[in-house]
Write a protein of this length. Structure first.
Length: 147
């Protein structure tokens, strides 16, 4: 650990070392913006470097950091151990996307931002009471409609 790094940063690598870094990570969390430098940064064969660790890819940044075909290929090839996706190239994610049924993929409804904890707790309690009394739950996701 270099003394030049901030207190909680143990390693820093430049982009030129991306393929080496990918071989060492258990989780790859993308919070990248959409820029000419980040578009398709993880597309193609780069995620093959995750194969030995079965890295879990988490994308809460921008969807265009990887194209869907590359992500699906990395998952089906076993390069990734799974994916948690909050953003996509096309939003909302089309109902025809194979990502909806891809094993190991968790899709979240583009809500990686701040959550009002009081509202979340109240909604949870309300839904718990509804569930216990056999009433319809609030805020259900309709997988056919896609939201």
């Amino acid at each position: 650990c270099s003394s030049d790094l901030p207190e909680h940063v143990h390693h820093f690598r430049p982009m030129s070392k991306l393929s080496e870094m990918l071989q060492e990570v258990d989780y790859l969390v993308s919070v990248l913006p959409s820029t000419p430098d980040t578009r398709d940064l993880l597309s193609g064969e780069i995620l093959k470097h995750c194969e030995n660790k079965k890295t879990v890819f988490i994308n809460i940044g921008r969807g265009d950091v990887i194209d869907d075909a590359s992500l699906i290929h990395a998952l089906r090839s076993g390069w990734l151990g799974g994916a948690v996706l909050d953003v996509f190239n096309t939003e909302p994610l089309p109902t025809s996307s194979p990502l909806w049924s891809q094993p190991g993929v968790t899709i979240t409804p583009h809500v990686s931002g701040v959550t009002d904890i009081n509202k979340a707790v109240n909604t949870f309690v309300d839904n718990l009471l509804r569930y216990q009394s056999g009433q319809p739950l609030l805020n259900q996701v309709d997988l056919i409609r896609g939201y």
